[in-house]
Write a protein that binds this ligand. Structure first.
Ligand code: SF4
Length: 254
């Protein structure tokens, strides 16, 4: 009977599943002031006009967002969802609970996300850090830069994961650069050079206000565009929100 109850409970959570928005972003003004003539200003303006709030990142709380940011390394979100579902159904829904189970069981639960032994080790490192630094309201006492450094010092966390956790779990203004960002930037600007992660992040930070809600939306909007139009092969350029200014579309530069 208790198993049936748990199943019904977690199914109802799944049905209500939405994105998690950190507390400091919930009441922020969504009217943004920025220079729409810069590359990222124009990109944000066109995507926000087309899609509005992209409703990203999926997750029920800060901890689940952070776990998802590790599980999504080198795999698709569909596989992450399966691993998260296994964790939820086993009641592993907090840093405390995660440290209560042995690593073999943890690896088995997150198997659908791939690289499961390594990812289990990373989750344990994250959980140990979490218990020392995150309070019961899911807040941390670090500045944007300090939190990024803290996360980068955790074993197995690189810039993209650190920025994802920092922005989407804690509402810090550190923009997330991912493969979609690189692809869209390169196609729209017509630049064949692959810039470094830090350079693209610095470009976004320089061209847009240091606003965590705007960065939250922009990354989500890039994900939406990459999934709906700017596919790796055969992008659907007709009716893309960026086609007016996209070099790839106009002159075929990739
Ligand atoms: S116009 Fe085509 S290549 Fe350019 S951003 Fe849109 S989908 Fe991508």
């Amino acid at each position: 009977l208790s198993r049936l109850f748990l199943y019904i409970y977690f199914m109802s959570i799944d049905l209500k599943r939405t994105r998690y928005l950190p507390k400091n972003l919930r009441k922020m003004n969504t009217t943004f002031n920025y220079d729409k003539t810069s590359f990222w200003g124009e990109t944000f303006s066109k995507l926000f006009d087309r899609y509005g709030d992209p409703f990203w990142w999926p997750g029920s709380d800060a901890w689940e967002v952070a776990v998802g940011a590790i599980l999504t390394q080198n795999t698709s979100w569909t596989n992450v969802e399966k691993a998260l579902k296994n964790l939820r159904e086993s009641g592993i829904v907090s840093a405390n609970k995660l440290l209560d189970i042995d690593s073999t069981k943890l690896a088995r639960l997150i198997r659908p996300s791939g690289y499961f032994n390594q990812k289990a080790k990373k989750l344990v490192s994250l959980a140990e850090w979490w218990l020392k630094n995150v309070d019961f309201e899911n807040s941390v006492s670090f500045s944007d830069e300090e939190l990024r450094e803290e996360l980068l010092n955790i074993w197995g966390i690189g810039p993209e994961t650190a920025d994802s956790i920092s922005l989407y779990a804690f509402g810090k203004a550190n923009f997330v650069v991912d493969a979609y960002t690189m692809r869209i930037r390169s196609r729209v600007s017509g630049s064949e050079k692959k810039p470094a992660y830090a350079d693209v992040q610095a470009e976004v930070h320089a061209q847009l206000p240091h606003n965590p809600l705007l960065f939250n939306y922009l990354h989500g909007l890039i994900v939406v565009l990459a999934k709906e139009h700017c596919l790796a092969r055969n992008p659907k350029c007709l009716d893309c929100a960026l086609s007016d200014s996209c070099k790839y579309f106009h002159v075929g530069i990739q």
